[in-house]
Design a protein around this ligand. Structure first.
Ligand SMILES: Cc1cc2nc3c(=O)[nH]c(=O)nc-3n(C[C@H](O)[C@H](O)[C@H](O)COP(=O)(O)O)c2cc1C
Length: 108
């Protein structure tokens, strides 16, 4: 059972945050939210049992602000879930890109 999850999201127009909220509600766990669009310093060592990264898809990729921030994560074998929210054209390599970055950071 998971007690606490952390959700890192970027959502300029609110859609990704909404999708993340639906996912978080379904998990029925305490959620700590981190806005990847914020200029505040970011927790780079996720502490919850599960880390969720949710990003919109821009031109088939994740936005650079998301990539630059999640590349700094240190995960030490914790579970991760990635969510790519797109405009019904195509999500192309966005999920793969997030998964590759998080795997390199030690999340799986
Ligand atoms: C610059 C830009 C590029 C986009 N590229 C894609 C794309 O390649 N494929 C797609 O399906 N939707 C694309 N979209 C639509 C967004 O992925 C979609 O609107 C997303 O849900 C917005 O998330 P938000 O509401 O959290 O900001 C793009 C939107 C913008 C602004």
């Amino acid at each position: 059972m998971l007690d606490k999850m952390e959700v890192y999201y970027f959502s300029p127009t609110g859609g990704t945050k909404k999708v993340s909220s639906i996912f978080a509600d379904a998990m029925e766990k305490e959620v700590i939210w981190h806005d990847l669009g914020s200029k505040e310093p970011m927790m780079e060592k996720p502490e919850g049992e599960m880390t969720v990264v949710a990003s919109p898809v821009f031109r088939g990729r994740i936005p650079s602000v998301v990539r630059e921030k999640i590349e700094k994560f240190s995960g030490t074998g914790k579970k991760a879930v990635t969510i790519a929210v797109y405009g019904n054209r195509a999500y192309e390599d966005a999920l793969l890109e997030m998964n590759d970055i998080l795997t390199k950071c030690g999340l799986w």
